[in-house]
Design a protein around this ligand. Structure first.
Ligand code: SAM
Length: 405
């Protein structure tokens, strides 16, 4: 969610996913694109926060309410006073309210009243204090909220239409594991770049194989495991995250050193996470290489040009932009001839920010159709808004979400 993300992420993606199995009301899932862009409802039985990249928390919807905070508050207290009246053991409770105009104290009050009510029934409740209306991810994660029946976080979200959804968290972003994969892997390279694993997950998810697409057999020939290609694989962050999501992975890079780094990192992942990583890696120039089939999806962070600590001169920017534009254009022409129509791609390309926040995009973005690709149209964001950067960064990553025409 927007408020407690440590760094800026694409607005459409930094949402709290919630399972919309609205067992209580039976209402169809509704979309909650609130003013702060804080939550989305998803109808799914298998939503897990560990693979959602920019999403901070997931939860299962338990109630849909109308009215204001006070009325919702009363219903929530009544519901849980009854539901937990004979709970065996101690309950840990956290409460997060999204898109309400409330103080942390007002949110906390709900928990205090509930705690008092349960105390009368002999049930013990530990309330996690709110310093903000929403618990931050670290607090939810370290208290294991949503991960056991007695560790509960209520996610109370107000939609634009005024309806209120109450969900019980099913987990918060696992910042311990994300940091482990980012910093614990044997090979890193500050010059090549440090793609955060959560951004890698976002890129992979945006290159998701479309439902109904023909299944692709992996190179092991054993089963229908889709194989994901990263043609600029570098140290292999995307390959690592894709392997954890169950893909067979295929990485190529211009640099032989990067292929060795990816291999070492994937071997580390295999040992550390006790999984079989089906992989293929080889050197190759993305502008000319012939890749082995099958390729189910393409997810990559392309060459981003040189890093800048301050906005470059217009001449320098033009030179770097032309170079990156050339590499990515030639790559798209090359891969376009080798993948089937309908193959999804998500490519992070560079975009440059000046001191006023104006953004220079790669010129090729205007020619995607001529290059044989269709750019995905999102309902909540325009394509040029899919930018990932920190406030102090000149080079942003722009996500191009494409399908081979
Ligand atoms: C921004 S880095 C990608 C880093 C990667 N996501 C990782 O996990 O480390 C871009 C990579 O593209 C590679 N590269 C640059 N030009 C290339 C080309 N023409 N073909 C293939 N790889 C290229 C570089 O060697 C570098 O590893």
């Amino acid at each position: 969610m927007a408020t407690d993300l440590p760094d800026p992420v694409v607005p459409a993606i930094k949402r709290c996913g919630m399972r919309a199995r609205s067992a209580v009301t039976g209402a169809p899932p509704m979309s909650l694109p609130s003013a702060s862009g804080s939550a989305a409802l998803v109808d799914s039985d298998s939503l897990t926060v560990d693979q959602l990249g920019g999403s901070l928390k997931t939860g299962r919807v338990v109630m849909e309410l109308s009215g204001d905070w006070r009325q919702a508050n009363t219903k929530i207290i009544q519901h849980y006073s009854k539901a937990w009246t004979s709970f065996d053991g101690k309950i840990t409770l956290g409460i997060s309210a999204y898109s309400f105009n409330l103080s942390a104290r007002e949110v906390q009050k709900t928990g205090i009243i509930l705690k008092q009510s349960l105390k009368k029934a002999g049930v013990s409740l530990r309330l996690i204090p709110n310093t903000d209306p929403q618990l931050n991810t670290a607090t939810s994660h370290h208290n294991k909220l949503g991960l056991a029946p007695n560790k509960v976080e209520l996610l109370i979200v107000r939609g634009r239409d005024g309806r209120i959804v109450v969900a019980e968290s099913t987990g918060a972003q696992n910042i311990t594991q994300l940091a482990r994969r980012d910093q614990g892997r044997p090979k890193r390279d500050a010059f090549v770049g440090m793609l955060p694993p959560k951004l890698a997950q976002i890129i992979i998810n945006l290159a998701r194989v479309q439902p109904g697409a023909k299944p692709f057999v992996s190179d092991t020939g054993q089963d229908n495991v889709p194989r994901l290609l990263d043609p600029f694989c570098g140290t292999g962050v995307i390959l690592q995250e894709a392997a954890l999501m169950g893909y067979a992975v295929y990485g190529t890079d211009l640099s032989e050193k990067m292929i060795r780094y990816s291999e070492d990192n994937l071997a580390w992942l295999q040992n550390t996470y006790h999984l079989q990583v089906r992989r293929r890696l080889h050197e190759g120039d993305a502008m000319t290489t012939t890749w082995q089939h099958p390729i189910a999806s393409v997810a990559c962070e392309a060459y981003l040009g040189q890093p800048f600590s301050a906005p470059p001169s217009p001449e320098k920017l033009d030179q770097v932009k032309r170079n990156c534009n050339h590499i990515v254009t030639e790559f798209l022409k090359n891969i376009g001839d080798q993948i089937r129509p309908g193959t999804p791609l998500c490519i992070a390309v560079p975009a440059w920010r000046d001191a006023k926040g104006n953004v220079t995009h790669l010129p090729l973005i205007k020619n995607l159709e001529q290059l044989g690709f269709v750019q995905h149209q999102f309902t909540q964001v325009r394509p040029g808004q899919l930018l990932y950067y920190r406030e102090d960064q000149v080079v942003a990553r722009e996500l191009l979400v494409l399908v081979k025409a």
